[in-house]
Design a protein around this ligand. Sequence first.
Ligand code: SAM
Length: 251
Amino acid sequence: MTGYGVLAEVYEWLISDAKLPPAEFVASFDDVLNLLPSNAQVLDCSCGTGQLAVGLAGRGMQVVATDASEAMVRRTAELAEEFGASVRTVRANWEELPDHFQDNTFDMVFCVGNSLHHAAGATGRGAALESMSRLLRPGGRLVLTSRTWELVRARGSRLDIWDRLVRRNGRDAVVIYRWEIAPHWEDEHHIEIAIAQVDATGPVLVRSELLSCWPYRYEELEVELHQVGLQTELSTFDLDAENYMVVASKV
Ligand SMILES: C[S@@+](CC[C@H](N)C(=O)[O-])C[C@H]1O[C@@H](n2cnc3c(N)ncnc32)[C@H](O)[C@@H]1O
């Protein structure tokens, strides 16, 4: 199950204020972007609503944006049009990427914003990472950001109701995450995300979706990266932090 057909329409309520403008989203990767030539070929392989892809194009890079969700790819194309950015969009899940692009094509591949946990278990994750690695040119880098699943699992199943309304497109919404933490790491887990748009003068409009995910420990991810020919160059992993970034280069 891929999902995001429903959430794609309201995804901006899930993006922080600070990262909503493409230029701000891309700026959060300045350290790694400094490693690239100015006309670099880059791929965002889980592009969501396109903030990163459009931001990268704004820096003069040749950008391809892919996602398993047709609705997400459409939103990325719309954002690119709104910003006058040149972004090639393709609907493809990670395993399909080698059908669309030649090996050794990209200087950098991004898989960011809590996407990789949607790959189905160790086998699915291995296949996804293998695709990403194949598309990188030798010396090219994969940039991956992730939740710290060690922390998420330790908290167990729970409900997170954001303690402030999020305002987007003139509408306020309450955001709710329901975490279904399975007994074992390797089991399928679920996150249900609900966005309830509230208005004192009209009905509450709720959009929600149940997403499947398969968590992984940082140490597993490191091994899996090495198995597909990627060598960790930088990692911000910290057991006390909610998220981390890994940059791994193709040997
Ligand atoms: C949490 S969103 C992150 C989107 C974006 N990268 C961001 O940071 O806002 C996860 C994205 O991964 C995509 N996705 C899930 N499974 C996928 C797969 N097997 N192949 C490619 N993309 C996938 C979803 O459609 C969704 O757009």
